[in-house]
Design a protein around this ligand. Sequence first.
Ligand SMILES: C[S@@+](CC[C@H](N)C(=O)[O-])C[C@H]1O[C@@H](n2cnc3c(N)ncnc32)[C@H](O)[C@@H]1O
Length: 431
Amino acid sequence: MAPCSCSEQIRRLSQQVAVMRKEMKNLRQHLESAVRAHRKHMASLQSELEACRQGKHEMKKTAEKDPQRGAEFSLEKGHIQTVPIGYISSCFSKKNGTPRQPAVCMSSRAALQIQPSVFNNPDHALAGLEHYSHVWLIFLFHKNGHMSYKAKVKPPRLNGQKVGVYSTRSPHRPNAIGLSLAKLESITGDTLHLSGVDLIAGTPVLDIKPYIPDYDSPSAQTNMSVQYETTEDAGDSEPEGLQCLGDSSSELDPKMRFSASGGLSEHSGSVFSEVLAEVRDYLQQGALCVETLADRRPSEPEPEPESQRASRLCYGADSYSSVAAWIRNPPAAELSVRFTPTAEEELREFQPPESTDAGRPKFQFLKGPDEAAAAVRGILSADPRSVYRRTRCSDRLFYFSLDTADVTCWFGDGFAEVLRVRPVQTQECLS
Ligand SMILES: C[S@@+](CC[C@H](N)C(=O)[O-])C[C@H]1O[C@@H](n2cnc3c(N)ncnc32)[C@H](O)[C@@H]1O
C-alpha cells in the first residue's frame, strides 16, 4: 500500500507544480504587458514635458528677442494678460441696488478715466469718440466674491427658474467678463462721462468700443445686405466696400454685387428691380407675420404657462432679431414705486454736484433730486431683490445706496415704498 500512496502523492504534487507554472507564466505575461504600457505612458509624458519645455523656452526666447512676437505667441495659445484701461467711478457703491441692466435706470451716472499707465497721452486714445452717442464697455465683474460658476443659473427675473448661463447676463460665468452699453454724455480730456450704467464703483474696464447701430443691430445688418447694385463690368475683383452675401449671391447673377453702402445703381436692370421688390415683399410679409409686443399684449387674455413662456421666441420692435420671451415678459412682475412724504422731503434736500450750499447734502454724480427719484424708481420697479430674498425672507426692508444717498424701502405686494433717503455715512466707497 505504501509505495502506491507515495506515487499518488508525487503525481498530485507534479500536477500542482504544473498549475503553479502556468499561473507564473500568466503572471509574467501580465506583468510584462503592464510594464510595456507603463513605459509607453512614461515615454509620452516625457515627450509632452519636453514639448512643454521647448514651448516655454521658445516663448521665453521669442519674448526676450521680440516682445511683440512673444505676446502673439501667448495670444495664439489663448493667454492674454488683461490690463484695465481704467476704473469706473459710479453712483453705485455696492452690488445691492445696482441696476441689472443699463436700461433699467437711464439716469444712473458714472465716469471713466483712462489710466495714464496704458497710454502716455490717454486723451489721444479718445479722439473721435465724441461723435458717438453710446459706447460698449467691456469690464470685469471684480466683485463676484468667488470665482465659481455653474452651467445653469437662476436669473432673478425668472423667479427661480433655471436657464443656461450663456443665455443670460449673469455675472457668474467662466471669465467674469461683462458687457454694458452706456450713454456717452461727454468727454473731458482723458475722462468719459457716462449715464445709464449698471456698474459699481471700482469696476475695472478692459475695453471701450463705440456703439455703431449699422454694425451692432441685426436690422441694420439685414438692411445692408439687401441693398445691392449691378455693374456692367464688375470683373473678378470685388470693388472696395462691396460685400457678397456668401455663396447664394453667386447663384443669382455673377454681375450682381451686394453693396454695404449704396442702393440700386442707375444701371439696374428690371430683373433686379423685380428681385428687390420680391425681397421687400418677403421682408414685409415676415414683419407682418411676426408678432410684435404691441400687437400681442391687448389680445392676450391668459398668462402663458411657464414652460412655453421660457421657450417661445418673442420679436420686438425690429423683426430681424429674437429674444427669449422672459426678457420682455418676465414672470417676475414689475413693481409700482412710491415715496413716503418724509422720504420725498429728504430727497429734495439733496443738491446737484455744483452746488455751493455747504449746509445740505450734495450728489456727486446725479444732477439733482428729480434725476435721483427717476433712478430710484427705475431700480425698484425692476425688483432688485434676489429670488431668495423675494420668496423666503420675511424681512421686507431693503437698503441700497445711490450716489451719496442711503435709501431705505420696503416691499409689499406689487409695490415698493421708499421710507428714507439719508446722506451716506461714509464716502470712501464712492471712488
Ligand atoms: C446682471 S449684470 C449685467 C452686466 C452687463 N450689462 C452685462 O450684461 O454683462 C449687472 C449686475 O452686476 C453686478 N455688478 C455690477 N458691477 C459689478 C462688478 N464690478 N463686480 C461684480 N458684480 C457687479 C450688479 O449687481 C448689477 O446689478
